[in-house]
Design a protein around this ligand. Structure first.
Ligand SMILES: [Zn+2]
Length: 379
């Protein structure tokens, strides 16, 4: 089978020059104006390519959802491409620890890998298809903090789609993602009783001491064989050195491979109770993203993409990722979902985040051909 677009058709220098303008606008999730400035640029890039765009305001803390549609509205609704414009990096990262920098086949910058390159690839792919592909791209403003303000909008678009393509970066040597662990987030507030530690220690009930035991109880739920992860990532407690601490707060991140593990671990966490009657736990939070396990539809989508990738010169390898993405939401609705279609690279969320630019042309050509194939078979 011949494919209309080949890797050598990609103008990589032009792609990277445009990518630099996207990375130049730093867009941490919590900075609504910064994320909207990034959406302005993406919207201008989409409009210049002749796509129809809409901005959907979310809430006072979150940037807008940008929707870009290429092709006839009915056909475009059937293929949904998910991207996000927010990053985890605070402003000042670009002029500080992580400037735009090329070093051999490594290109560094905040958000370059997760996932401005993937978001830009979606626009380029639909342009390269020259009218043979129809799709809707969502540029999500709050993926890195859990898609709280836009989840319903994402799900509404997904329900009308027959295929969802997620432009999150590739994993571990270019692997594509057909499954992701789910996640749950908890905040546990441990309440004790304050007292002067010198004069009246017997009146105090140390929240830090109770929290220390709680950390051990939580982390004992870790089970690498079942791919269950429980991490107490933040702890805050106490006021002064000579006061028995009345309060201690734990922020907990939980990773869950499947529904059975989800039920199991959630029940255990929510049943945690202090052994001292003068101590109390206030447990808030819950499942933030359901586990994404590849169903027949997602595997069928993978089977359509694999031979195209093969023809573009790289084998498509499926894997289950430890991290979550917006693909978890769409897969949970039963919509065939393929994730990890962005370029290969490494070190997401760190000050050495980078992509391998040599992986862009073959993956962009694959994406373009996949969009053309899906559009033709869905027409
Ligand atoms: Zn991402």
């Amino acid at each position: 089978m011949t494919h209309p677009i080949q890797p050598q058709d990609i103008d990589l220098p032009a792609f990277l020059a445009e990518l630099r303008t996207w990375v130049d606008i730093e867009s941490p999730t919590a900075d609504r104006n910064a994320v909207n400035a990034m959406a302005d640029l993406a919207q201008a890039a989409a409009t210049a390519r002749g796509f129809h765009t809409t901005r959907i305001p979310t809430d006072a803390q979150t940037g807008d959802l940008l929707v870009a549609r290429c092709g006839d509205p009915d056909r475009a609704a059937r293929i949904l491409i998910l991207t996000h414009l927010d990053t985890v990096h605070p402003r000042g990262t670009l002029s500080g620890p992580l400037p735009w920098r090329e070093d051999g086949d490594r290109l560094y910058g905040p958000g370059v890998y997760d996932m401005k390159s993937g978001a830009l690839m979606a626009l380029h792919a639909l342009t390269l298809a020259e009218g043979r592909a129809a799709a809707t791209i969502l540029f999500i403003p709050d993926e890195e903090t859990g898609t709280h303000a836009t989840r319903t909008l994402v799900e509404d678009h997904a329900r009308r789609a027959r295929a969802v393509l997620v432009m999150e970066p590739a994993r571990e040597g270019g692997k594509i993602v057909t499954g992701r662990r789910g996640s749950a987030l908890y905040r546990i507030r441990v309440q004790g009783r304050a007292a002067h530690s010198g004069t009246r220690p017997q009146d105090g009930r140390s929240a830090i001491r109770a929290a220390a035991k709680l950390v051990l109880d939580l982390e004992s739920m870790n089970d690498p064989d079942r791919r269950i992860g429980v991490n107490v990532g933040v702890i805050r407690g106490g006021t002064t050195r000579n006061t028995v601490p009345a309060e201690c707060v734990l922020d907990v991140d939980v990773r869950l491979p499947d529904l059975a593990a989800q039920h199991d671990i959630i029940a255990k966490i929510e049943a945690l109770t202090p052994s001292d009657p003068d101590i109390s736990f206030d447990i808030s939070g819950g499942v933030s993203r359901p586990a994404f396990t590849a169903d027949a539809g997602s595997l069928a989508l993978f089977d359509r993409a694999a031979p195209i990738a093969e023809a573009m010169g790289y084998p498509l390898v499926a894997m289950t990722s430890g991290g979550g993405s917006d693909g978890n939401f769409t897969a949970a609705l039963g919509i065939p979902t393929l994730d990890g279609l962005g370029p290969d690279g490494a070190d997401a969320h760190t000050q050495t985040e980078h992509i391998f630019p040599s992986t862009i042309a073959p993956r962009l050509a694959m994406l373009t051909n996949l969009l053309i194939t899906l559009t033709e078979s869905n027409a």
